[in-house]
Design a protein around this ligand. Structure first.
Ligand code: UGA
Ligand code: MN
Length: 366
């Protein structure tokens, strides 16, 4: 705006043929333009795109401002007070569009709201940035990066689909591209359950820390075996000849340690993602730091949300468009989230109940 005003007054001076003043104008204009561009690069909230070399990846939105009202400030959280260490946890969450997505992200976001010094990388398994998801992410006030990183079509048709891999690869690219050299990396799926104590535990990771994950496989737990404070082996009901038979949620990696390896990757190999990733960072048994009180506590649970088909609700367009009643707004919103569908001809008829009696919407509104 300022630049445009200045330009207009300079043009007027040209007509007056005042050469000296014109030179002065150009000089000041130059300073103005320089200031405007450097101010915008200072902006903490950036919206821009970036495409990685091989996998497709778009950064949808980033926020570096921490505007959370943290519970630990109010003295409720005594578990992550060592946030005095300014080590940042890069919490990587693969997610994908399905009817439970908004619910999962709400629950996880509200857990992460209590964790200081955390940057949440949410990588969505989609072609393009989902504005609804971004609105949801923004609300938490957590510093975050929202990425759209679809699984290559080729892998989707496989019998065993490598879930969340394109997303985690995109997050690794983001860390690399943004020169994040210090901090701790953790892969936290959108449907797991995290104890707040987990964060103070992994924040002190020097190389690679490991800890038990509850609700895994036929043992209902996957954990390192620890004696004398050292990891001696692993207890996991699916060994599958893996060198590192652990779950994705069962380890954290220090970024300085990770940077020592040049071929860090997570391959599209269902069931072997953890093993291959840990091999790619050159992990050795003696590098592992057991956490969670020598792996005697469960601080993360491999919970799984039941996946039901979105139901179809039969409702007339008149009732749906009626803005005097809440129902249309609500059902349209759930439709846009993929939670349920609205139809005028199929599905369960929408009825309203009062005093134990159900009525069709039409008769209710008439
Ligand atoms: C288990 C492990 O805990 C995962 O870390 C591992 O990626 C997965 O197996 C696997 O190897 O297939 P599980 O609960 O069986 O996890 O899988 P999901 O929770 O369905 O998916 C893992 C993550 O990938 C989730 O965060 C999910 O949102 C995401 N995902 C899933 C996608 O991004 N795209 C998909 O098509 C499916
Ligand atoms: Mn899961």
């Amino acid at each position: 705006m300022l630049v445009r005003m200045f330009y207009t007054s300079c043009r007027n001076m040209t007509r007056a043929k005042n050469f000296a003043l014109l030179v002065l104008c150009l000089l000041i204009a130059g300073i103005l333009i320089f200031n405007t561009s450097s101010a915008s690069s200072d902006d903490t909230n950036k919206e821009y795109s970036m495409v990685a070399e091989n996998d497709s990846m778009v950064v949808c939105f980033e926020n570096f401002d921490d505007t959370r009202k943290l519970i630990f400030d109010a003295g409720y959280n005594d578990v992550d007070q060592d946030a005095s260490s300014d080590t940042v946890i890069y919490f990587v969450t693969p997610t994908y569009p399905r009817r439970e997505q908004a619910a999962e992200i709400t629950r996880l976001g509200q857990t992460l709201m209590h964790v200081p010094n955390l940057h949440w990388i949410v990588a969505d398994d989609t072609e393009s940035c989902n504005p609804f998801l971004n609105q949801l992410l923004k609300k938490f006030g957590i510093p975050y990066t929202h990425i759209a990183s679809p699984m290559p079509v080729f892998y989707r048709t496989r019998k065993l689909v490598p879930r969340g891999v394109a997303n985690r690869r995109a997050a690794l690219s983001w860390i690399r591209n943004n020169n994040k050299k210090t901090g701790v990396l953790y892969f936290g799926d959108d449907d797991n359950t995290f104890d707040l104590k987990l964060f103070s535990e992994i924040r002190t990771t020097k190389k690679v820390s490991m800890f038990p994950v509850g609700l895994i496989g036929d043992y209902a737990v996957s954990t390192p075996i620890v004696s004398n404070g050292k990891v001696q082996g692993f207890f996991d009901s699916w060994p599958a000849k893996r060198k590192w038979p652990v779950d994705m949620a069962g380890f954290a990696v220090n970024l300085e340690y990770m940077a020592l390896s040049s071929n860090v990757t997570m391959p599209y190999k269902a069931g072997y993602e953890e093993d291959e990733f840990l091999k790619s960072i050159g992990l050795k048994m003696q590098d592992i730091e057991p956490k969670a009180n020598n792996c005697t506590e469960i601080l993360v649970w491999h919970t799984q949300t039941k996946n039901n088909k979105p139901p179809k609700i039969r409702i007339s367009s008149g009732a749906l468009q009626n803005d005097k009643v809440n129902l249309g707004t609500l059902l349209r919103q759930l439709e846009s989230m993929g939670v349920s569908h609205i139809s005028q001809s199929e599905g369960t008829a929408a009825q309203i109940t009062k005093d134990g009696k159900s009525k069709s919407l039409l008769s209710w509104f008439s």
